[in-house]
Design a protein around this ligand. Structure first.
Ligand code: NI
Length: 137
């Protein structure tokens, strides 16, 4: 089994806020991240596909093709957007890195043309990264 990874970056804003809770509870849970106007991050996304190299191509999946898929399915929808308001597939979701990674998985897993989606890593800040491998559903 070979694991190949494509990296992509995007910038987006979000607000961590649970509409089912009071302002006070949100403030307690999310602190500065609950600020009413949101704040931004420069996200780094790494998508790993696992598989065996094809006999004809030697590729698990052509990384140029993975680049195109990431642009079309993810980056065009989230780059320079407000994740709470502008992104259909995040509607009703608190846009933590965890929830964003799960949402990306659901979109990408069915459209990977060869190999299978193995992991999604999403770095929100230099010190904070989440990784999702699709176990929880
Ligand atoms: Ni944040």
């Amino acid at each position: 089994m070979i694991y190949i990874t494509r990296r992509a970056t995007f910038s987006a804003s979000h607000r961590l806020f649970n509409p089912e809770l009071s302002e006070e509870e949100n403030k307690k849970l999310f602190d500065k991240c609950a600020g009413p106007n949101g704040h931004g991050h420069n996200y780094v996304l790494e998508v790993t596909v696992a598989g065996e190299p094809g006999k004809k191509t030697g590729y698990v999946l052509d990384l140029k093709e993975l680049k195109r898929i990431l642009s079309r399915e993810i980056l065009e929808k989230v780059d320079h957007k407000h994740l709470n308001h502008d992104v259909d597939f995040l509607r009703g979701v608190i846009p933590t890195a965890e929830n964003i990674a799960v949402a990306f998985w659901k979109i990408l897993a069915p459209v990977i043309p060869s190999g299978r989606l193995h992991a999604i890593r999403l770095q929100e800040t230099e010190n904070n990264t989440v990784e999702y491998r699709g176990e929880i559903e």
